[in-house]
Design a binder for this molecule. Structure first.
Ligand code: HEC
Length: 139
């Protein structure tokens, strides 16, 4: 039995091998499918550090930014939302995470600067969160 089980990498790269075992070895196929699905899930979810950043970023956002940017909107200057199209149009430096970091650190017009109120990790995390929400059209 054990000799038939392919290593996960082989299973992931060669789905036809998995398929060919379906009739012969239903129980093994189930296990192999599970391993292959796990491999795909890891590839799609990215490194764990990124997920942690987004969780911190959302917390920082809710505590500091949502007052004016609830739901990705802008209650002070309505057209300057945190959606991708608005960021592409209004954000100095264009639609990218570094440009968001810059605006958070320095502020702009009626938006206060956060460099003295948030630490570097929090600023990077909140920028990653805003960029992720905008990129994925999640607001
Ligand atoms: C007091 C209200 C206020 C708070 C709090 C605030 N902002 Fe803003 N934000 C603004 C205003 C006003 C603008 C538009 C500035 C301009 O271009 O004149 C803006 C613009 C932005 C933009 C660019 C959007 C665009 O379409 O130009 C980003 C990104 C942004 N804010 C992120 C944040 C983040 C992240 C936080 C929390 C750390 C935050 N803001 C907190 C008022 C606020």
């Amino acid at each position: 039995m054990a000799a038939v089980v392919a290593p996960p990498a082989v299973v992931a790269q060669k789905p036809q091998v998995v398929a060919s075992t379906i009739t012969a070895m239903p129980r093994l196929t189930k296990a192999a499918t599970f391993v292959a699905a796990g491999t795909v899930a890891i590839l799609l979810s990215g490194p764990p550090a990124l997920a942690a950043d987004l969780i911190l970023g959302e917390e920082v956002f809710n505590n500091n930014c949502a007052a004016c940017h609830m739901g990705g909107n802008n209650s002070v200057q309505n057209e300057k939302t945190l959606r991708k199209s608005a960021l592409e149009q209004y954000l100095a430096g264009g639609f990218n995470q570094d440009a968001i970091v810059y605006q958070v650190e320095n502020g702009k017009n009626a938006m206060p600067a956060w460099a003295d109120r948030l630490d570097e990790d929090e600023i990077q995390a909140v920028a990653a969160f805003v960029f992720s929400q905008a990129s994925g059209d999640l607001w």
